[in-house]
Design a protein. Structure first.
Length: 513
Protein backbone atom coordinates (compact mmCIF):
# COMPACT_ATOMS: atom_id res chain seq x y z
CA UNK A 1 0.00 0.00 0.00
CA UNK A 2 3.09 2.27 -0.03
CA UNK A 3 4.08 4.57 -2.96
CA UNK A 4 6.34 3.25 -5.73
CA UNK A 5 9.31 5.41 -4.78
CA UNK A 6 9.49 3.67 -1.43
CA UNK A 7 10.21 0.29 -3.14
CA UNK A 8 13.16 1.65 -5.24
CA UNK A 9 16.68 0.40 -4.24
CA UNK A 10 18.95 2.61 -2.29
CA UNK A 11 21.65 4.59 -4.16
CA UNK A 12 24.31 2.26 -2.83
CA UNK A 13 22.61 -0.82 -4.33
CA UNK A 14 21.93 0.76 -7.77
CA UNK A 15 25.43 0.08 -9.16
CA UNK A 16 26.11 -3.17 -7.33
CA UNK A 17 26.27 -5.29 -10.53
CA UNK A 18 28.23 -2.73 -12.56
CA UNK A 19 31.65 -3.91 -13.87
CA UNK A 20 34.57 -1.56 -13.99
CA UNK A 21 37.22 -1.30 -16.73
CA UNK A 22 39.60 -3.64 -14.92
CA UNK A 23 36.96 -6.36 -14.49
CA UNK A 24 35.92 -6.12 -18.14
CA UNK A 25 39.53 -6.39 -19.36
CA UNK A 26 40.17 -9.34 -17.04
CA UNK A 27 37.09 -11.17 -18.31
CA UNK A 28 38.14 -10.54 -21.95
CA UNK A 29 41.67 -11.79 -21.25
CA UNK A 30 40.28 -14.98 -19.73
CA UNK A 31 38.08 -15.53 -22.76
CA UNK A 32 41.03 -15.13 -25.17
CA UNK A 33 43.14 -17.58 -23.17
CA UNK A 34 40.38 -20.17 -23.31
CA UNK A 35 39.97 -19.69 -27.09
CA UNK A 36 43.74 -20.06 -27.68
CA UNK A 37 43.64 -23.53 -26.05
CA UNK A 38 41.07 -24.79 -28.55
CA UNK A 39 42.28 -27.05 -31.43
CA UNK A 40 43.22 -25.12 -34.55
CA UNK A 41 41.11 -25.93 -37.65
CA UNK A 42 42.89 -27.39 -40.64
CA UNK A 43 42.19 -24.33 -42.78
CA UNK A 44 43.83 -21.80 -40.44
CA UNK A 45 47.36 -21.49 -39.11
CA UNK A 46 47.99 -21.25 -35.29
CA UNK A 47 47.44 -17.78 -33.89
CA UNK A 48 49.75 -16.54 -31.16
CA UNK A 49 48.58 -14.87 -27.97
CA UNK A 50 49.85 -11.54 -29.27
CA UNK A 51 47.57 -11.88 -32.29
CA UNK A 52 44.63 -13.15 -30.29
CA UNK A 53 43.56 -9.63 -29.37
CA UNK A 54 43.27 -8.57 -33.04
CA UNK A 55 39.97 -8.36 -34.79
CA UNK A 56 38.68 -11.01 -37.16
CA UNK A 57 39.50 -8.85 -40.16
CA UNK A 58 43.14 -8.50 -39.06
CA UNK A 59 43.49 -12.25 -38.58
CA UNK A 60 41.85 -12.78 -41.97
CA UNK A 61 44.39 -10.46 -43.65
CA UNK A 62 47.31 -12.54 -42.29
CA UNK A 63 46.09 -15.78 -43.87
CA UNK A 64 47.75 -16.97 -47.11
CA UNK A 65 45.91 -16.34 -50.34
CA UNK A 66 44.98 -19.98 -50.97
CA UNK A 67 43.70 -20.33 -47.41
CA UNK A 68 41.58 -17.21 -47.77
CA UNK A 69 39.75 -18.82 -50.66
CA UNK A 70 39.14 -21.99 -48.60
CA UNK A 71 37.55 -20.16 -45.71
CA UNK A 72 34.30 -22.04 -44.93
CA UNK A 73 32.23 -18.87 -44.62
CA UNK A 74 33.44 -17.66 -48.02
CA UNK A 75 33.21 -20.87 -50.00
CA UNK A 76 29.99 -22.22 -48.58
CA UNK A 77 27.78 -23.56 -51.36
CA UNK A 78 24.63 -21.97 -49.95
CA UNK A 79 22.85 -19.39 -52.00
CA UNK A 80 23.25 -16.52 -49.50
CA UNK A 81 27.00 -17.04 -49.16
CA UNK A 82 27.42 -17.37 -52.91
CA UNK A 83 25.52 -14.12 -53.42
CA UNK A 84 27.72 -12.30 -50.90
CA UNK A 85 31.00 -13.65 -52.30
CA UNK A 86 30.22 -13.41 -56.01
CA UNK A 87 32.94 -11.76 -58.06
CA UNK A 88 31.63 -8.60 -59.74
CA UNK A 89 34.50 -8.38 -62.20
CA UNK A 90 33.41 -8.95 -65.82
CA UNK A 91 34.10 -12.46 -67.07
CA UNK A 92 36.21 -12.48 -70.24
CA UNK A 93 34.42 -14.55 -72.82
CA UNK A 94 36.26 -16.02 -75.79
CA UNK A 95 35.83 -14.09 -79.02
CA UNK A 96 33.85 -15.75 -81.81
CA UNK A 97 36.00 -17.42 -84.52
CA UNK A 98 35.21 -14.90 -87.27
CA UNK A 99 37.77 -14.64 -90.06
CA UNK A 100 38.83 -11.06 -90.86
CA UNK A 101 40.60 -10.21 -94.11
CA UNK A 102 41.90 -6.71 -94.86
CA UNK A 103 41.42 -5.38 -98.38
CA UNK A 104 42.63 -2.07 -99.86
CA UNK A 105 39.86 0.45 -100.44
CA UNK A 106 39.28 1.15 -104.11
CA UNK A 107 39.66 4.95 -103.94
CA UNK A 108 42.95 4.79 -102.01
CA UNK A 109 44.30 1.98 -104.20
CA UNK A 110 43.56 3.88 -107.43
CA UNK A 111 45.45 6.91 -106.11
CA UNK A 112 48.49 4.76 -105.32
CA UNK A 113 48.42 3.13 -108.77
CA UNK A 114 48.21 6.53 -110.45
CA UNK A 115 51.20 7.77 -108.45
CA UNK A 116 53.32 4.70 -109.31
CA UNK A 117 52.51 5.02 -113.02
CA UNK A 118 53.33 8.74 -113.07
CA UNK A 119 57.07 8.21 -112.40
CA UNK A 120 59.85 5.66 -112.75
CA UNK A 121 60.36 5.05 -109.04
CA UNK A 122 60.15 1.58 -107.44
CA UNK A 123 58.23 1.32 -104.14
CA UNK A 124 58.58 -1.26 -101.40
CA UNK A 125 55.51 -3.51 -101.27
CA UNK A 126 55.93 -3.97 -97.52
CA UNK A 127 55.97 -0.19 -96.94
CA UNK A 128 52.87 0.27 -99.11
CA UNK A 129 51.06 -2.42 -97.14
CA UNK A 130 51.86 -0.74 -93.83
CA UNK A 131 50.68 2.53 -95.37
CA UNK A 132 47.28 1.02 -96.19
CA UNK A 133 46.91 -0.45 -92.71
CA UNK A 134 47.72 2.81 -90.93
CA UNK A 135 44.25 4.38 -91.24
CA UNK A 136 40.80 2.74 -91.38
CA UNK A 137 39.83 4.94 -94.31
CA UNK A 138 42.35 3.12 -96.53
CA UNK A 139 41.14 -0.46 -96.12
CA UNK A 140 37.98 -2.55 -95.94
CA UNK A 141 37.09 -5.61 -93.89
CA UNK A 142 35.92 -8.92 -95.28
CA UNK A 143 34.22 -10.86 -92.48
CA UNK A 144 33.55 -14.57 -92.85
CA UNK A 145 31.60 -16.42 -90.16
CA UNK A 146 31.71 -20.21 -89.63
CA UNK A 147 28.60 -22.35 -89.94
CA UNK A 148 27.76 -22.25 -86.22
CA UNK A 149 27.91 -18.42 -86.01
CA UNK A 150 25.71 -15.90 -87.81
CA UNK A 151 26.35 -12.28 -88.70
CA UNK A 152 23.48 -9.80 -88.92
CA UNK A 153 23.32 -6.66 -91.05
CA UNK A 154 20.87 -3.78 -91.27
CA UNK A 155 19.58 -3.69 -94.82
CA UNK A 156 22.03 -4.30 -97.63
CA UNK A 157 24.72 -1.82 -96.59
CA UNK A 158 24.08 -1.00 -92.93
CA UNK A 159 25.74 -1.84 -89.65
CA UNK A 160 26.91 -5.38 -88.91
CA UNK A 161 26.77 -7.18 -85.56
CA UNK A 162 27.11 -10.70 -84.16
CA UNK A 163 24.22 -10.08 -81.72
CA UNK A 164 20.74 -9.83 -83.22
CA UNK A 165 19.13 -8.46 -80.05
CA UNK A 166 21.67 -5.66 -79.82
CA UNK A 167 21.13 -4.80 -83.47
CA UNK A 168 17.36 -4.64 -82.95
CA UNK A 169 17.74 -2.30 -79.98
CA UNK A 170 20.15 -0.03 -81.86
CA UNK A 171 18.47 -0.20 -85.28
CA UNK A 172 16.81 3.22 -85.02
CA UNK A 173 19.96 4.95 -83.81
CA UNK A 174 22.09 3.39 -86.57
CA UNK A 175 19.73 3.87 -89.53
CA UNK A 176 17.39 6.75 -88.70
CA UNK A 177 19.00 9.03 -91.31
CA UNK A 178 17.93 6.60 -94.08
CA UNK A 179 14.25 6.71 -93.14
CA UNK A 180 13.70 10.19 -91.67
CA UNK A 181 14.65 13.74 -92.46
CA UNK A 182 16.05 15.27 -89.28
CA UNK A 183 15.53 19.03 -88.79
CA UNK A 184 16.87 21.00 -85.83
CA UNK A 185 15.17 24.33 -85.00
CA UNK A 186 15.59 26.77 -82.12
CA UNK A 187 12.67 27.71 -79.92
CA UNK A 188 12.20 30.50 -77.40
CA UNK A 189 14.61 30.72 -74.45
CA UNK A 190 13.71 28.54 -71.51
CA UNK A 191 11.94 30.36 -68.72
CA UNK A 192 12.63 29.61 -65.09
CA UNK A 193 15.35 30.01 -62.53
CA UNK A 194 17.51 26.89 -62.63
CA UNK A 195 20.54 26.79 -60.32
CA UNK A 196 21.86 23.31 -61.05
CA UNK A 197 21.70 20.55 -63.66
CA UNK A 198 22.24 16.80 -63.67
CA UNK A 199 25.12 15.32 -65.64
CA UNK A 200 26.14 11.74 -66.46
CA UNK A 201 29.58 10.92 -65.08
CA UNK A 202 30.18 8.16 -67.65
CA UNK A 203 29.46 10.07 -70.84
CA UNK A 204 29.52 13.72 -69.72
CA UNK A 205 26.03 14.35 -71.15
CA UNK A 206 24.12 17.18 -69.48
CA UNK A 207 20.56 16.00 -68.82
CA UNK A 208 19.12 19.19 -67.32
CA UNK A 209 17.58 20.03 -63.96
CA UNK A 210 15.93 17.17 -62.13
CA UNK A 211 12.70 19.16 -61.80
CA UNK A 212 12.47 19.82 -65.55
CA UNK A 213 9.64 18.10 -67.41
CA UNK A 214 12.01 16.54 -70.00
CA UNK A 215 14.58 15.21 -67.51
CA UNK A 216 13.15 11.69 -67.01
CA UNK A 217 12.74 11.11 -70.74
CA UNK A 218 16.33 12.13 -71.53
CA UNK A 219 17.63 10.03 -68.65
CA UNK A 220 15.78 6.95 -69.89
CA UNK A 221 16.85 7.45 -73.50
CA UNK A 222 20.52 7.81 -72.58
CA UNK A 223 20.38 4.71 -70.41
CA UNK A 224 18.65 2.59 -73.05
CA UNK A 225 21.01 3.65 -75.84
CA UNK A 226 24.38 3.37 -74.11
CA UNK A 227 24.31 1.70 -70.69
CA UNK A 228 21.44 -0.80 -70.60
CA UNK A 229 23.76 -3.78 -71.19
CA UNK A 230 26.28 -2.80 -68.52
CA UNK A 231 24.10 -2.12 -65.48
CA UNK A 232 20.57 -1.81 -64.20
CA UNK A 233 18.69 1.48 -64.23
CA UNK A 234 18.96 1.79 -60.44
CA UNK A 235 22.75 1.40 -60.65
CA UNK A 236 22.92 3.93 -63.47
CA UNK A 237 21.07 6.52 -61.40
CA UNK A 238 23.99 6.52 -58.98
CA UNK A 239 26.22 7.68 -61.86
CA UNK A 240 24.34 10.98 -62.12
CA UNK A 241 25.88 14.03 -60.48
CA UNK A 242 24.46 17.47 -59.76
CA UNK A 243 26.43 20.43 -61.15
CA UNK A 244 25.90 23.98 -59.87
CA UNK A 245 28.27 25.70 -62.28
CA UNK A 246 26.46 28.67 -63.95
CA UNK A 247 28.36 28.08 -67.22
CA UNK A 248 27.09 24.49 -67.41
CA UNK A 249 23.56 25.64 -66.66
CA UNK A 250 23.70 28.23 -69.47
CA UNK A 251 25.07 25.60 -71.85
CA UNK A 252 22.14 23.33 -71.06
CA UNK A 253 19.70 26.19 -71.69
CA UNK A 254 21.19 26.77 -75.16
CA UNK A 255 21.01 23.08 -76.02
CA UNK A 256 17.47 22.75 -74.67
CA UNK A 257 16.31 25.47 -77.06
CA UNK A 258 17.05 23.20 -80.01
CA UNK A 259 14.05 21.13 -81.02
CA UNK A 260 14.52 18.12 -83.29
CA UNK A 261 11.78 16.94 -85.66
CA UNK A 262 11.70 13.73 -87.69
CA UNK A 263 9.93 13.63 -91.07
CA UNK A 264 9.40 10.35 -92.91
CA UNK A 265 11.08 9.94 -96.31
CA UNK A 266 9.30 6.83 -97.57
CA UNK A 267 5.65 7.69 -96.96
CA UNK A 268 3.11 9.77 -98.82
CA UNK A 269 2.01 12.08 -97.34
CA UNK A 270 5.05 12.42 -95.02
CA UNK A 271 4.55 12.36 -91.26
CA UNK A 272 6.39 14.60 -88.81
CA UNK A 273 7.27 13.66 -85.22
CA UNK A 274 8.33 16.19 -82.63
CA UNK A 275 10.26 13.78 -80.41
CA UNK A 276 12.73 10.98 -80.94
CA UNK A 277 10.60 8.58 -78.91
CA UNK A 278 7.63 8.94 -81.29
CA UNK A 279 9.88 8.54 -84.32
CA UNK A 280 11.46 5.38 -82.89
CA UNK A 281 8.03 3.92 -82.13
CA UNK A 282 6.99 4.59 -85.74
CA UNK A 283 10.24 3.05 -87.02
CA UNK A 284 9.78 -0.17 -85.05
CA UNK A 285 6.19 -0.51 -86.19
CA UNK A 286 6.77 0.10 -89.93
CA UNK A 287 10.43 -0.54 -90.89
CA UNK A 288 12.19 -2.81 -88.39
CA UNK A 289 10.51 -6.05 -89.49
CA UNK A 290 12.51 -7.56 -92.34
CA UNK A 291 15.29 -4.97 -92.07
CA UNK A 292 17.81 -7.26 -90.31
CA UNK A 293 19.39 -9.84 -92.61
CA UNK A 294 21.55 -12.85 -91.83
CA UNK A 295 24.84 -12.96 -93.78
CA UNK A 296 27.69 -15.47 -93.80
CA UNK A 297 30.22 -13.21 -95.54
CA UNK A 298 30.21 -9.44 -95.87
CA UNK A 299 32.64 -6.67 -96.87
CA UNK A 300 32.27 -3.51 -94.81
CA UNK A 301 34.20 -0.53 -93.47
CA UNK A 302 35.20 -0.04 -89.87
CA UNK A 303 32.38 2.50 -89.41
CA UNK A 304 29.79 -0.25 -89.98
CA UNK A 305 30.87 -2.32 -86.95
CA UNK A 306 28.03 -2.07 -84.44
CA UNK A 307 28.79 -4.13 -81.33
CA UNK A 308 31.81 -4.25 -79.04
CA UNK A 309 32.56 -7.96 -79.47
CA UNK A 310 32.95 -7.65 -83.24
CA UNK A 311 35.14 -4.61 -82.75
CA UNK A 312 37.45 -6.61 -80.46
CA UNK A 313 37.69 -9.33 -83.11
CA UNK A 314 38.75 -6.78 -85.72
CA UNK A 315 41.26 -5.14 -83.37
CA UNK A 316 43.01 -8.44 -82.67
CA UNK A 317 43.09 -9.28 -86.38
CA UNK A 318 44.52 -5.83 -87.17
CA UNK A 319 47.27 -6.32 -84.58
CA UNK A 320 48.28 -9.65 -86.13
CA UNK A 321 48.14 -8.23 -89.66
CA UNK A 322 50.28 -5.24 -88.74
CA UNK A 323 53.01 -7.49 -87.33
CA UNK A 324 53.00 -9.81 -90.37
CA UNK A 325 51.06 -8.32 -93.32
CA UNK A 326 51.56 -11.27 -95.68
CA UNK A 327 47.88 -11.59 -96.64
CA UNK A 328 47.55 -7.89 -97.42
CA UNK A 329 50.81 -7.93 -99.41
CA UNK A 330 49.58 -10.83 -101.53
CA UNK A 331 46.31 -9.01 -102.20
CA UNK A 332 48.14 -5.83 -103.23
CA UNK A 333 50.57 -7.74 -105.46
CA UNK A 334 47.66 -9.40 -107.29
CA UNK A 335 45.89 -6.09 -107.86
CA UNK A 336 49.07 -4.33 -108.97
CA UNK A 337 49.65 -6.98 -111.63
CA UNK A 338 46.07 -6.54 -112.85
CA UNK A 339 46.80 -2.82 -113.37
CA UNK A 340 49.91 -3.49 -115.49
CA UNK A 341 52.56 -2.97 -112.81
CA UNK A 342 55.52 -5.26 -112.19
CA UNK A 343 56.49 -6.98 -108.94
CA UNK A 344 60.15 -7.96 -108.58
CA UNK A 345 62.60 -8.96 -105.86
CA UNK A 346 65.63 -6.98 -104.81
CA UNK A 347 67.76 -6.31 -101.72
CA UNK A 348 67.82 -9.73 -100.07
CA UNK A 349 64.56 -10.84 -101.64
CA UNK A 350 62.35 -7.88 -100.68
CA UNK A 351 59.42 -7.17 -103.00
CA UNK A 352 59.11 -3.93 -104.96
CA UNK A 353 56.53 -2.57 -107.39
CA UNK A 354 57.19 -0.33 -110.40
CA UNK A 355 55.85 0.40 -113.85
CA UNK A 356 59.24 -0.52 -115.34
CA UNK A 357 60.44 -4.09 -115.50
CA UNK A 358 64.13 -4.40 -114.41
CA UNK A 359 66.53 -5.75 -117.06
CA UNK A 360 70.18 -6.32 -116.15
CA UNK A 361 72.78 -4.45 -118.23
CA UNK A 362 74.88 -7.01 -120.15
CA UNK A 363 78.28 -6.62 -121.75
CA UNK A 364 76.88 -7.74 -125.09
CA UNK A 365 75.15 -4.36 -125.47
CA UNK A 366 77.82 -2.63 -127.53
CA UNK A 367 75.67 0.16 -128.99
CA UNK A 368 76.03 2.35 -125.91
CA UNK A 369 78.38 5.19 -125.14
CA UNK A 370 81.27 5.06 -122.74
CA UNK A 371 79.44 7.51 -120.47
CA UNK A 372 76.63 4.98 -120.03
CA UNK A 373 79.09 2.23 -119.14
CA UNK A 374 80.79 4.57 -116.70
CA UNK A 375 77.45 5.23 -114.95
CA UNK A 376 76.68 1.52 -114.72
CA UNK A 377 80.13 0.73 -113.35
CA UNK A 378 79.89 3.53 -110.76
CA UNK A 379 76.52 2.28 -109.50
CA UNK A 380 77.81 -1.30 -109.41
CA UNK A 381 80.77 -0.16 -107.31
CA UNK A 382 78.58 1.84 -104.91
CA UNK A 383 75.13 0.27 -104.52
CA UNK A 384 72.31 2.49 -103.20
CA UNK A 385 74.13 5.63 -104.27
CA UNK A 386 72.11 8.82 -104.71
CA UNK A 387 71.94 11.09 -107.76
CA UNK A 388 73.93 13.86 -106.13
CA UNK A 389 76.63 11.46 -104.92
CA UNK A 390 76.81 9.94 -108.41
CA UNK A 391 77.29 13.38 -110.00
CA UNK A 392 79.98 14.33 -107.48
CA UNK A 393 81.76 11.05 -108.21
CA UNK A 394 81.71 11.32 -112.02
CA UNK A 395 82.00 15.08 -112.55
CA UNK A 396 85.26 16.30 -111.04
CA UNK A 397 87.88 18.91 -111.96
CA UNK A 398 85.79 20.57 -114.69
CA UNK A 399 85.12 24.19 -115.48
CA UNK A 400 81.73 25.68 -114.70
CA UNK A 401 80.38 25.50 -118.27
CA UNK A 402 81.76 22.03 -118.87
CA UNK A 403 80.39 20.86 -115.51
CA UNK A 404 76.87 22.06 -116.47
CA UNK A 405 77.05 20.25 -119.82
CA UNK A 406 78.33 17.12 -118.08
CA UNK A 407 75.44 17.26 -115.58
CA UNK A 408 72.88 17.52 -118.39
CA UNK A 409 74.46 14.61 -120.24
CA UNK A 410 74.59 12.57 -117.03
CA UNK A 411 70.92 13.26 -116.31
CA UNK A 412 69.93 12.28 -119.85
CA UNK A 413 71.90 9.03 -119.79
CA UNK A 414 70.66 8.15 -116.31
CA UNK A 415 67.05 8.77 -117.35
CA UNK A 416 67.50 6.44 -120.32
CA UNK A 417 69.00 3.72 -118.10
CA UNK A 418 66.13 3.99 -115.61
CA UNK A 419 63.45 3.98 -118.33
CA UNK A 420 65.05 0.92 -119.96
CA UNK A 421 65.16 -0.94 -116.64
CA UNK A 422 68.97 -1.19 -116.49
CA UNK A 423 69.07 1.02 -113.37
CA UNK A 424 66.46 1.07 -110.64
CA UNK A 425 65.56 4.22 -108.71
CA UNK A 426 63.79 3.65 -105.38
CA UNK A 427 61.46 5.96 -103.52
CA UNK A 428 64.19 6.81 -100.97
CA UNK A 429 66.29 8.35 -103.78
CA UNK A 430 68.86 5.56 -104.05
CA UNK A 431 70.07 3.96 -107.28
CA UNK A 432 70.92 0.32 -107.81
CA UNK A 433 71.34 -2.28 -110.55
CA UNK A 434 68.88 -5.15 -111.08
CA UNK A 435 69.77 -8.56 -109.77
CA UNK A 436 71.43 -10.65 -112.46
CA UNK A 437 70.01 -14.13 -112.94
CA UNK A 438 72.50 -16.91 -112.45
CA UNK A 439 73.01 -18.91 -115.63
CA UNK A 440 72.06 -22.59 -115.44
CA UNK A 441 75.03 -24.96 -115.38
CA UNK A 442 75.59 -26.63 -118.76
CA UNK A 443 75.51 -30.38 -118.70
CA UNK A 444 78.85 -31.82 -119.68
CA UNK A 445 79.06 -34.22 -122.62
CA UNK A 446 80.05 -37.89 -122.02
CA UNK A 447 83.41 -37.34 -123.76
CA UNK A 448 84.25 -34.38 -121.49
CA UNK A 449 83.31 -36.33 -118.37
CA UNK A 450 85.55 -39.26 -119.43
CA UNK A 451 88.44 -36.90 -120.13
CA UNK A 452 88.02 -35.14 -116.76
CA UNK A 453 88.00 -38.46 -114.89
CA UNK A 454 91.19 -39.51 -116.67
CA UNK A 455 92.92 -36.25 -115.73
CA UNK A 456 91.92 -36.65 -112.11
CA UNK A 457 93.13 -40.26 -112.06
CA UNK A 458 96.57 -39.36 -113.49
CA UNK A 459 97.09 -36.30 -111.25
CA UNK A 460 98.75 -36.70 -107.80
CA UNK A 461 96.83 -36.55 -104.56
CA UNK A 462 97.79 -32.97 -103.71
CA UNK A 463 96.54 -31.75 -107.11
CA UNK A 464 93.24 -33.55 -106.55
CA UNK A 465 92.84 -31.73 -103.28
CA UNK A 466 93.66 -28.46 -105.01
CA UNK A 467 90.95 -29.04 -107.59
CA UNK A 468 88.39 -29.87 -104.92
CA UNK A 469 89.36 -26.96 -102.68
CA UNK A 470 89.21 -24.52 -105.55
CA UNK A 471 85.47 -25.03 -105.95
CA UNK A 472 83.58 -22.10 -104.40
CA UNK A 473 81.23 -23.31 -101.65
CA UNK A 474 77.54 -22.53 -101.82
CA UNK A 475 76.48 -19.98 -99.22
CA UNK A 476 73.46 -21.49 -97.50
CA UNK A 477 73.49 -19.28 -94.41
CA UNK A 478 72.04 -16.19 -96.07
CA UNK A 479 69.13 -15.03 -93.97
CA UNK A 480 66.02 -13.44 -95.36
CA UNK A 481 64.40 -10.52 -93.54
CA UNK A 482 61.33 -11.27 -91.44
CA UNK A 483 58.99 -9.36 -93.72
CA UNK A 484 60.28 -11.26 -96.74
CA UNK A 485 59.81 -14.62 -95.01
CA UNK A 486 56.19 -13.72 -94.37
CA UNK A 487 55.60 -12.84 -98.00
CA UNK A 488 57.37 -15.95 -99.26
CA UNK A 489 55.23 -18.09 -97.00
CA UNK A 490 52.07 -16.42 -98.28
CA UNK A 491 53.01 -16.61 -101.98
CA UNK A 492 52.13 -19.81 -103.77
CA UNK A 493 54.89 -21.54 -105.76
CA UNK A 494 52.85 -21.44 -108.94
CA UNK A 495 52.60 -17.64 -108.86
CA UNK A 496 56.00 -16.83 -107.33
CA UNK A 497 57.14 -13.35 -108.21
CA UNK A 498 60.18 -13.30 -110.46
CA UNK A 499 59.77 -16.82 -111.91
CA UNK A 500 60.44 -17.35 -115.59
CA UNK A 501 56.80 -18.24 -116.34
CA UNK A 502 55.40 -14.98 -114.98
CA UNK A 503 58.00 -12.63 -116.50
CA UNK A 504 56.94 -10.70 -119.62
CA UNK A 505 58.82 -10.78 -122.88
CA UNK A 506 61.20 -8.04 -123.97
CA UNK A 507 58.63 -6.52 -126.33
CA UNK A 508 55.79 -6.42 -123.76
CA UNK A 509 54.25 -3.01 -123.14
CA UNK A 510 54.12 -1.45 -119.67
CA UNK A 511 50.38 -1.19 -119.65
CA UNK A 512 49.89 -4.80 -120.75
CA UNK A 513 48.36 -7.49 -118.59
Amino acid sequence: MLPAWVNEPTPGERYARHEGEEQRERRGRDRRERSSKRPTPNFQRPISKAEAGDTRRDRRARLPRHRKERHPFRSHPSGASAARTSDHRPVERPLPPITVKFLPRSAAFDNVVAQIKSNTVAYSLFALTRLFLEKPTRYELKLTAPAEISLFQLGGSGAVSADRDFLERSAFRLSKSHFYKIDITETEPIKGNFTNVARCRLSGTVLGPTNHHDYQRRLRNLYEQRFSRRMSFAEYQHKIEIISDPAVVEKWKEEARKQTTFTTLREEPPQTFSSETEAERHFRHHYLEGLIQTVAEVTISTAQIADRVLRHVVEEAWTRETKSPSAMMQELATRFREHGLYIFRHRRGMLFVSRIYPRPFTNEQTAVSSQVRTIVDAIAASPRIGRRELADKLIVDLAEEEAERAKLALASDLLWLISAGHVMEFNDGSLDLPRAKSKPKEKATPEAETKEKAVLADSPADEKETVLVGVAPVNESTETPKETKDVVAATSPAAEVGSTESRPTEDAQIGGS
